[in-house]
Design a protein around this ligand. Sequence first.
Ligand code: SF4
Ligand code: SF4
Ligand code: SF4
Length: 124
Amino acid sequence: MPLRPPGVSDEARFVEKCLRCFQCVRSCPNKIIKITGFESGLNNLFTPHLEFHEFGCDYNCQVCQLACPNFAIPLQTLREKQSAKIGLASIDEKLCVVFARDTNCLVCEEFCPVPEKAIKIRKI
Ligand code: SF4
Ligand code: SF4
Ligand code: SF4
């Protein structure tokens, strides 16, 4: 299933309410909202999904929900948006330098904006 903009929890409602207008795509400052092609089936054609290859979702941004004219992306408070689950990240041990090169690295923990840190580096 495609990763949807933050706050979308009901996939069927989202697909039904999305007007395929691309306002969210145009408005995202980090350019992570992309248009879905045929790869996810006809039902999802031209709906927006997220790609994180270059940037992440800005923790303090609410632009896409404000740009959406049909509330397919629900209106949320900043706090609700910040705690919305978009997906579940995993570490590719072939790419992470800690695993791949036996090198110390704390960058993901340092950059994690959640005060209590969703990512914690453990010594083993
Ligand atoms: S909240 Fe902002 S950065 Fe995140 S997907 Fe929406 S527009 Fe892009
Ligand atoms: S702005 Fe809303 S209605 Fe338009 S494409 Fe994005 S999610 Fe769909
Ligand atoms: S930032 Fe995190 S995931 Fe990326 S290489 Fe460093 S420890 Fe690994």
